[in-house]
Design a protein around this ligand. Structure first.
Ligand SMILES: [Zn+2]
Length: 294
């Protein structure tokens, strides 16, 4: 009897160790793959990002390289499914860049919980909703319509950006709905953000107009996602009209879009300096699907 129990315990420990070893090997293989891709394609990807992502284009040289490496890690970490459209090389690159832009000042940026990103051609119907969707986040993945994604990054001044909007939902989902790679600092600071944000949200629900799109008054999750779109695309006007909300977002995300270097506190970056395999970086997403309806 004792021998059988010892055998079972031994087996359980062996399975646990093998699982851990497999995860470690997978991470290392992925890290090596990212290094290879970086070495081979660095300038191609730099060119695409400079052309289509204004945030990347505005980055100081000292952080541009770090942004690109994060994008490659994110892209390798996800499966991209193309629904009714042909894959283009720029698609996964630019979608990954939208996520990395949002989380650039955070330590954990992989939105780990989400394994799959679905790319649709244009507006689509979802579930029982009557309105067409530009994108949404649900427990099975992040959904984005490519026509809207690329159009809204091309017009980077109107505060409409479905890529940043859905990544904002994804970030809160991983931090508050599931526990799969959350960023502790973001998680803990969200309360401070809400102290400033909630009263503004409530005033918008009561009918007040602000720089934020009226869609922000739909519910607090949409207020968050719309705030992110405006934070990046209309930073100057946002800071002028809602300075406290702007400052609280800077603090929450540890970045200021109005500065070339973006990142405010680079302490954790210095600790990681020189490491390509930022494999410990991750984060999480939302309960009901949070979409951008038209
Ligand atoms: Zn939304």
């Amino acid at each position: 009897m004792l021998t059988e129990i010892a055998l079972i315990i031994g087996l359980v420990i062996a399975v646990f160790l093998i699982a851990r070893l497999s995860r470690y090997i997978l991470k290392e293989v992925r890290a090596l793959k990212v290094i290879r891709i970086y070495d081979d394609r660095h300038w191609d990807f730099d060119h695409i990002l400079s052309q289509y992502n204004p945030y990347y284009k505005s980055l100081d040289d000292t952080v541009r390289d770090r942004f690109l490496r994060r994008v490659l890690h994110f892209m390798e970490d996800k499966e991209f499914e193309y629904i009714d459209l042909e894959k283009e090389e720029r698609m996964p690159l630019l979608i990954s860049a939208a996520a990395v832009q949002l989380t650039f000042g955070l330590e954990h940026y992989l939105l780990d919980y989400f394994k799959t990103i679905y790319i649709l051609r244009e507006n689509y119907r979802f579930g029982l909703y009557n309105m067409p969707f530009e994108g949404h986040v649900s427990e099975d993945g992040i959904y984005l319509s490519w026509a809207n994604f690329i159009r809204e990054f091309t017009d980077y001044s109107d505060g409409q950006n479905v890529g940043l909007h859905e990544m904002a939902h994804a970030l809160t989902y991983v931090n508050f709905t599931v526990d799969d790679g959350k960023d502790d600092t973001f998680h803990d600071k969200f309360k401070d953000f809400s102290e400033v944000a909630r009263p503004i949200f409530e005033r918008m629900q009561a009918g007040e107009s602000t720089i934020l799109d009226p869609y922000a008054a739909t519910n607090y999750q949409e207020f968050w996602a719309v705030s992110i779109e405006t934070f990046f695309e209309r930073a100057h006007a946002f800071k002028k009209q809602l300075p406290e909300l702007y400052t609280s977002l800077c603090s929450l995300l540890n970045q200021d879009p109005l500065t070339p270097r973006k990142i405010i506190d680079a302490t954790f970056l210095e600790e990681m300096a020189g490491t390509l395999s930022e494999t410990a970086l991750s984060s999480e997403v939302l309960p009901a699907p949070e979409g951008t309806q038209l």
